[in-house]
Ligand binder design. Sequence first.
Ligand code: UDP
Length: 239
Amino acid sequence: MKGLICKRILLKLSGEALMGEQGNGIDAGTVKRLASEIRELSRVGIEVGVVIGGGNILRGAEKASEGLDRITSDHMGMLATVINGLAMQDALENLGQNVRVMSALKINQVCEDYIRRRAVRHLEKGRVVIFAAGIGNPFFTTDSAASLRAIEIDAGLLIKATKVDGVYSSDPKKDPNARLYPSLTYDQALSEKLKVMDATALVLCRDNNMPLRVMNIFEPGAIMRLMQGGNVGSLIETG
Ligand code: UDP
């Protein structure tokens, strides 16, 4: 544990992080690579909670815009996060990592129900905990779930792993003059409408003093470097 910035983290992966080069679904090689990074974190003594989105399979709001009932499509989106969670659980187990998927929706023939005290106990025992099915309610996102679970498990840091290097003044893929913010406050992210997380997730973190690191998931070893004190991505704090 010596030299690590904190003992317990909550890592948020978007569903898209699992799909690799393909346009949707789950790419086994990509899941394996992410699992080995998580395994390394656990191996050095970091307690890791993970929230995985479902966007590689289905997003409720998108389906609703095609005419599906919004609540039904959000239920489908939450189930998508369970599918991703099971894929990650399998990949971690193949690496010899103890891991549990805990779902906010009750499907306990497939995975455990989310019970906060039990989740914390798993983490204390060195098991990775994958929090699936978001917060279990429609009209929320897995960013909100990540913020909530990070606070509930008393994580020292919430890490949002994205496709870009951190928080930019504008979309770096479209604007060559986009500037990376090394650090900023939640109020700044909210008032400048920066693409960090949705407002519900930001406010939850702000009001509960949960620091957030936004960083690139496609840079191998970056999470470990961050945990060893490296300056990686953007840090967002209450201020
Ligand atoms: N979802 C939900 N409640 C939650 C979390 C997620 O209804 O608490 C649904 C919602 O339809 C969402 C989908 O699950 O679009 C997948 O999650 P998200 O879009 O956050 O995934 P990501 O963009 O991170 O891949």
